[in-house]
Design a binder for this molecule. Sequence first.
Ligand SMILES: CC(C)(COP(=O)(O)OP(=O)(O)OC[C@H]1O[C@@H](n2cnc3c(N)ncnc32)[C@H](O)[C@@H]1OP(=O)(O)O)[C@@H](O)C(=O)NCCC(=O)NCCS
Length: 181
Amino acid sequence: MLKKFSGLIKTFFIRRSPLAQPKKVSINQEDYILRSIMDADIKELIALEKDVYFGETPWTKSAFLSEIHSPIHHLYACLIRQKEIVAFIGCRVIGNDTHITNVAVRRDAQNAGLGSYLIDEVEKFAIMNGCITLSLEVRVSNKDAQRLYRRLGFESLSIRRNYYTEDHEDALEMIKRLQEE
Ligand SMILES: CC(C)(COP(=O)(O)OP(=O)(O)OC[C@H]1O[C@@H](n2cnc3c(N)ncnc32)[C@H](O)[C@@H]1OP(=O)(O)O)[C@@H](O)C(=O)NCCC(=O)NCCS
């Protein structure tokens, strides 16, 4: 009960965000800018989604807008190289859990550590906000992403049947425990 109550307090009142200002970061000897996502980025984010999902766009403009303006505490961040967005991630804090809602890296920038870097940033954000777990869903067929998540300490939790509305594929729910409960 106490744990549930403290989770609710965290959801609505305790809000800590690390990205008030853009910052220069170096990932595998390459320089990037890490900053919060803004409304003006959405066109580029949709193009990035089309690039990684073979023309499909899992998130529409309104889905991005509602997430980045959500009253639920969240972090939506992107990495910029030579003025172009090459990767982004989003998460929400719900009680004691930070849930990763979206992560994508432009195809020509994959396998260079950007996905791992962004997930580490979200993990720091989760810890800063007192969360106990980090969670996400991934398509059961997306074995590359699952391998990355396992390497970063996520474990499989459950299968969500017919999770994806477009094609009814199942989702694997994965979780990383950040602190002892
Ligand atoms: C899944 C995804 C976000 C991973 O992003 P990424 O930037 O390629 O991830 P990383 O580079 O951190 O890690 C990928 C692999 O590259 C390796 N790698 C990282 N840095 C490297 C480097 N400098 N040199 C060589 N390999 C490297 C990692 O070890 C990792 O190997 P693993 O798959 O065996 O664990 C990206 O592939 C993507 O956008 N996929 C399409 C969208 C998607 O599926 N999103 C997830 C939905 S749940």
